[in-house]
Design a protein around this ligand. Structure first.
Ligand code: IVH
Length: 676
């Protein structure tokens, strides 16, 4: 059947509409219709094209992803070379840049010199060639003269139009810009890689490059890539405006994406202001940038200035301090934390990165050491972005010296020589020395004196380290036995500071139960949990005596925390420390919870059968919170049985013993009553 004109019209109408929505979504970042509407139109177009395959055009929105992978990329010679940029690293460099321009242009001081400012995107430079408005070729920059043909891959990028909008575009138009991977797409890609056990990409630029280098465009299509246009190459068949800014704005009217941060400023001062503004915004941008590009705005001036070797005289890239640097790992050491966690740390040859000098980087745990494959002696890439702690990104294997050996988790604690244990399901290895390990003691003391714990002012890290090393302090209780003489003789301490410190140790004796529980440093018991425990149990004795089950009855206490609490108080040493602290005079007001006044105090309940409206664990938790014990079998001591459908022998026994039985509805009503 011959397709009629109305089919052709409908096809074009659908394509135009989809292009328009796509433009709003990907180029303007301003979607106007829900995704579902876009999908519906897309499916409609697809169906119509399936029915009329002879009417499919290469620029149809359905034709972004090609069917066949390539065998290899072919080479493309750039008609106009793709240039690079000179760099500036300081305000002085920028002032010198403006001076060079003014001298060459013989511009007198009163005449302002306008610059277009754009973020320097950290991606891959590409060239797009449009003929009669249709995208016919995409190529990488390569060495500037010859790149690779990546047409099939660029076609999959939604912010790149397959057909230009409007009708005033040049017959031939080469557009240049940067293809990059936004941060979110990069994180998603790496999450997926880690889940599959694959090596993650080092940074978004490598991820963008890797995604464009795919021979199968289907893979590129799955990656989140965007393009921002920053200049034109070959143009024929139409005149373009006479400033850089106006040219970019023109590109935007044809459906090409340009950077929303572009601005026009005057002179080096204006450039430096813009640099400061963008630096402050840098971490909030959806993509990574490594500097700002400044270009003389007037095209005529650009032409007068021309080029030197491979870079234009009229543009410069003012780079941010590098966020990645290469340095050498001098050693890999193991640190012991408060809970005994053993953390591998890379000791680095100091390196200036992200604006600070870095000489240590945590390697987190042995899984990370293995993932990186890092060894002492290796050259590594260190990254410090924003305020994030410095990270070892990867090892530069080509630079590995011949004699390195792989890192092993030590068998014994480097501080106390106790055995190091690693629970199979956990990434963290721990020293089993507990508080007999000096490192753990130091950390435990630092925690004990911290502001939210016992708030002992004037007892800094260095002093604690020294007190532990001199064996003057073993446990927190020893703090209360320190003499003025001992303190005053410590390094950097004098008579006055010793007196002040003793006073603040004395003051800490009067505390609150929640602070005291927190100060004990039980694993996973932070400030909030400590407060919960204080309110729920009312006294340290009650917390110490609580069973796993009773602990879990406290709000927000789950099985893991309950286990840590039980095991903490199980250790004789910890009980002794608490006793010693109390004898030293540490005291607090117990919190009023009269357990005997709880509605079900002293009662024993049994749950049997299936509960349909409340999980059994929750029912149990609520009963415990009301003061009841929950038992597994019915006896004459049972006070009440809750029986759901399917209850068997326990229900029978209850009836025999004449014990009250509630069904689930009655039970829930009773709970509601008690909980007021
Ligand atoms: S203009 C003749 N503008 O930086 C001017 N380049 O070091 C050519 N880049 O290869 C480039 N953002 O990949 C320009 N807004 C921007 C840019 C930018 C990133 C890259 C581009 C180029 C490299 C030069």
């Amino acid at each position: 059947m011959k397709p009629d004109t109305s089919t052709t019209q409908l096809l074009e109408q659908l394509r135009d509409q989809l292009r328009h929505y796509n433009y709003q979504y990907y180029v303007l970042d301003d979607p106007q219709v829900p995704d579902a509407e876009y999908d519906r139109l897309f499916q409609q177009l697809k169906k119509l094209e399936d029915e009329n395959p002879e009417l499919i055009t290469p620029e149809s929105p359905t034709q972004r992803v090609g069917a066949q992978p390539l065998a290899a990329f072919t080479q493309v010679r750039h008609e106009m070379p793709m240039l690079s940029l000179d760099n500036a690293f300081s305000a002085d460099d920028m002032q010198a840049f403006e001076k060079r321009l003014r001298d060459r242009l013989k511009l007198s001081e009163e005449i302002p010199l306008e610059f277009a400012c754009e973020p320097k995107l950290d991606g891959i430079a590409v060239s797009l060639l449009y003929e009669n408005g249709l995208l016919i070729r995409g190529a990488t920059r390569g060495d500037g003269s010859t790149g690779e043909d990546i047409t099939l891959n660029v076609r999959t990028i939604p912010s790149i139009p397959l057909r230009l909008m409007g009708d005033d575009y040049p017959e031939r138009l080469e557009v240049r810009g940067e293809i990059y991977m936004p941060r979110r797409g990069f994180e998603r890609l790496n999450d997926q890689a880690l889940k599959r056990g694959d090596k993650p990409f080092v940074n978004p630029r490598n991820a963008a490059a890797g995604s464009l280098r795919q021979l199968d465009p289907k893979i590129t299509a799955q990656r989140s890539l965007e393009m921002c246009c920053y200049s034109v190459g070959v143009v024929s068949g139409a005149e373009l405006p006479d400033t850089h800014e106006a040219i970019l704005r023109k590109l935007a009217t044809w459906g090409l994406r340009i950077n929303a941060e572009m601005a026009i400023v005057e002179g080096a001062e204006g450039c430096l202001d813009y640099f400061d503004r963008l630096s402050a915004k840098r971490n909030q941008l959806a993509y990574e940038i490594d500097g700002i590009v400044f270009k003389v705005n007037a095209i005529e001036l650009q032409q007068q200035l021309g080029f030197v070797s491979r870079a234009p005289r009229w543009a410069i890239a003012h780079k941010f301090p590098a966020q990645e640097e290469i340095t050498v790992v001098n050693a890999i050491e193991f640190q012991v934390g408060r809970t005994g966690a053993i953390t591998p740390v890379a000791r680095l040859e100091p390196v200036f990165v992200g604006g600070v000098t870095v000489s240590n980087a945590t390697l987190h745990n042995m899984d990370e050491v293995e993932r990186l494959g890092v060894r002492a002696g290796d050259s590594v890439i260190i990254r410090r972005a924003g305020d994030v702690i410095p990270q070892v990104v990867s090892v530069v294997l080509e630079r590995r010296p011949a004699t390195t050996v792989s890192v092993q988790l030590p068998e014994r604690c480097p501080v106390c020589d106790a055995e190091i244990v690693r629970v199979e399901s956990e990434a963290v290895a721990r020293c089993s020395g507990g508080l007999s390990c000096a490192a753990q003691r130091k950390e435990a003391l630092k925690h004990y004196v911290s502001r939210k714990a016992m708030d002992i002012d004037g007892l800094g890290e260095k002093l604690i380290d020294a007190l532990v090393e001199k064996e003057l302090v073993h446990s927190p209780a020893d703090l209360y036995r320190l003499h003025h003489r001992q303190l005053a003789s410590m390094e950097r301490m004098g008579d006055k500071s010793a007196t002040k410190l003793l006073q603040s140790i004395e003051n800490s004796k009067s505390t609150e139960l929640a602070n005291f529980i927190y100060a004990l440093g039980i694993r996973e018991v932070g400030e909030a949990t400590a407060r919960t425990l204080a309110v729920h149990f009312g006294s340290i004795e009650a917390v110490m005596a609580a069973s796993d089950e009773q602990l879990q009855a406290a709000p927000d206490v789950g099985p893991v925390v309950a286990k840590y609490i039980v095991s903490f108080f199980h250790q004789v040493h910890n009980r002794e420390v608490i006793e010693a602290l109390r004898s030293a005079g540490v005291h607090w007001q117990d919190v009023e919870v009269d357990v005997k006044s709880l509605p079900l105090a002293g009662q024993t309940w049994v749950l049997t059968g299936t509960l349909e409206q409340m999980p059994r664990t929750e029912a149990k938790k609520q009963l415990l919170a009301l003061g009841a014990k929950v038992a597994g079998s019915v006896s004459k001591n049972t006070d009440c049985v809750v029986a759901g459908p399917g209850a068997g022998s326990k229900l029978q026994k209850a009836e025999e013993l004449d014990i009250p039985v509630l069904d689930e509805t009655q039970f829930l009503a009773r709970l509601a009553e008690y909980n007021g």
